[in-house]
Design a protein around this ligand. Structure first.
Ligand code: ZN
Length: 391
């Protein structure tokens, strides 16, 4: 896959990012090949996980799944605040919508905010679908969008809602065309962007599940080609957010039109944005490496965090040469299914520190660093704790 799915032009390889021991991935190293179309500004992964692999991951181990007992508690304030903010943008621009359709509708909280109009969602997690009905009276199709769109149907919606979805879709042009089939008027899209840079951890935007990387130029090329004109665009920073892969973002509204109105504001060329983005992220490994280099090579080290970020650290720093003896992750789904560095993934056990089988713990997650540090402080863990980021 080397041609641009939007304009059909040849693209060039801009960067290769290695991941090591990516959970759920058979080979030890996965090298994400990032390509750019210099003509329309679209950035994509040449060799993404297959749609099938991704579907399994979303079904088996959704980051956005909420368990029943803790449902309300787990509905994070960040997710709620995001939904309210997005609704404001929609209300400001589209006061004529009578129906809304969301792809990747998570717990249904977001759709639940749109009271008095028809709402429907597609969501791969069966647990989420059940809970959406129970707590928010929102009906959802349990499955992935491909399954939904290929069923015979005539329902159309005034608004198609895509929040942090498009960056996961292998062919976003085909996807938007499919959305257009069930859409009367507007599409809401929020995606992470490289137009502004707010780098918290090296290459935090480049995760294994992200197959596209957007700039305003790239997104505009995509939507114009699919027959949509821009209505409004906001840059979103949310400094308190702890999910670095999603920010900064562009929050946009598009309207289906026969003739495309051209975006009249100057846009920085994506190739320049990407070049700067790669340079800054490479530099961000510097301080991380300085901390990892302190760790004695014979120290019995546990890594806490078996996600995307740990895989990036293993592949791009000296971490792989350390004496890794344990992998901790609080996600029970990861514990059940996956291994990392040949080690089983388990919940943190204080006993490991007390009996000396673990002498040091490296926190390999940006978003979870604060919470994990708190747990370790509370338990009074008598071992070295390596914290990588200033949060
Ligand atoms: Zn292109």
């Amino acid at each position: 896959m080397t041609k641009c799915c939007i304009c059909g032009c040849k693209t060039r390889l801009a960067f290769k990012l290695p991941f090591q021991n990516l959970i759920g991935f058979n080979e030890k190293v996965y090298i994400q090949r990032i390509r750019i179309c210099d003509k329309c500004g679209f950035i994509f992964t040449e060799n993404p996980l297959t749609q099938e692999q991704l579907s399994i991951r979303y079904k088996e181990y959704s980051k956005y799944e909420f368990d029943d007992e803790n449902h309300i508690l787990q509905e994070s304030e960040e997710y709620q605040a995001r939904s309210y903010r997005q609704k404001q943008l929609i209300e400001r621009n589209c006061n004529d919508i009578e129906s809304i359709f969301e792809v990747g509708a998570a717990s249904g909280f977001n759709l639940g905010l749109y009271k008095g109009i028809k709402r429907y969602g597609v969501e791969p997690s069966a647990v989420n679908c059940k809970l959406a009905k129970k707590y928010y009276s929102v009906e959802m199709f349990n499955g992935v969008f491909e399954e939904y769109i290929n069923m015979p149907q005539n329902e159309k919606y005034d608004m198609v809602f895509l929040s942090h979805t498009l960056e996961h879709i292998v062919d976003p042009y085909a996807f938007i065309r499919q959305c257009s089939r069930i859409n009367n008027k507007y599409v809401f899209i929020e995606v992470p962007t490289i137009d502004y840079k707010n780098i918290k951890a090296p290459f935090d935007l480049f995760c294994d599940e992200h197959v596209n990387y957007f700039s305003l130029q790239g997104l505009t090329s995509l939507m114009n080609k699919a027959g949509y004109s821009i209505v409004d665009c906001n840059m979103v920073f949310e400094p308190k957010q702890t999910l670095p892969a999603g920010l900064p973002a562009i929050s946009t509204i598009w309207e289906k039109k026969d003739s495309i109105s051209v975006y009249q504001y100057p846009m920085i060329q994506t190739k320049d944005l990407l070049k700067a983005y790669i340079k800054l992220n490479k530099a961000a490994f510097g301080p991380v490496n300085r901390i990892i280099d302190i760790i004695p090579s014979d120290e019995r080290l546990a890594i806490w965090g078996a996600g995307n970020h740990a895989s990036i650290l293993l592949a791009n720093t000296n971490l792989k040469n350390k004496n890794i003896v344990k992998i901790y992750d609080s996600d029970v789904k990861k514990q059940r299914v996956f291994k990392m560095c040949g080690l089983p993934i388990s919940a943190y056990k204080e006993d490991d520190v007390i009996n000396g089988s673990v002498e040091g713990i490296l926190i390999a997650t940006y978003s979870g660093q604060k919470a994990i540090t708190k747990i370790l402080e509370k338990s009074g863990a008598n071992c070295k704790i390596y914290v990588l980021y200033n949060i």
